[in-house]
Design a protein around this ligand. Structure first.
Ligand code: SF4
Ligand code: ZN
Length: 108
């Protein structure tokens, strides 16, 4: 698996946890990123995930640092605030459930 594909799956997993735990009452549509990654997201989370995946695909940094350590900060401020909230919330959720393996990839 390439780095972009791996990071895309990680982003999707974090946004999926956020949407499931924070937006449980929202109307959702299923999103198939690849045959192994099918996730249900509300419209807001779908927008945020699409934006973040696009940023990752267009990232000019090679090797890519963690976004939180990046000097470019290519995200729009509002989107950066939203993805950071997602990573913080879902990161805590995964730690509490013993999924430290996912959080080690925490890159925003
Ligand atoms: S914030 Fe920096 S490291 Fe993250 S995707 Fe944008 S340019 Fe790349
Ligand atoms: Zn949502």
């Amino acid at each position: 698996m390439g780095a972009v594909e791996r990071d895309t799956r990680i982003l999707a997993r974090f946004v999926e946890v956020y949407c499931r735990t924070k937006h449980s009452g929202a109307e959702k549509t299923v999103h198939e990123l690849d045959p192994e990654t099918r996730i249900a997201l509300c419209a807001d989370c779908r927008e945020l995930l699409s934006y973040s995946i696009r940023r990752r695909e267009l990232c000019p940094q090679d090797p890519k640092p963690s976004c939180k350590d990046c000097k470019i900060h290519c995200y729009r401020p509002e989107m950066r605030a939203r993805i950071r909230e997602v990573m913080r919330h879902s990161g805590m959720y995964m730690i509490k459930r013993g999924r430290i393996d996912w959080v080690l990839h925490y890159f925003l």
